[in-house]
Design a protein around this ligand. Sequence first.
Ligand SMILES: [Zn+2]
Length: 57
Amino acid sequence: MASFKCKDMGMKCKFELKDENQEELMQIVALHSEKTHNMKQPLPPDMMARLRIAIKK
Ligand SMILES: [Zn+2]
């Protein structure tokens, strides 16, 4: 089970997510970051790296 908390990305955001599939989780997080945090998609490599670190397995 992979899990993600937006605050682990340094965001003041209560968004949390769990998913069996890490790739699926990353897609949902990317969607969230676009809609909630106005981040352009695809995320730049440094953001992707931070995202991967923030995901707990
Ligand atoms: Zn968020």
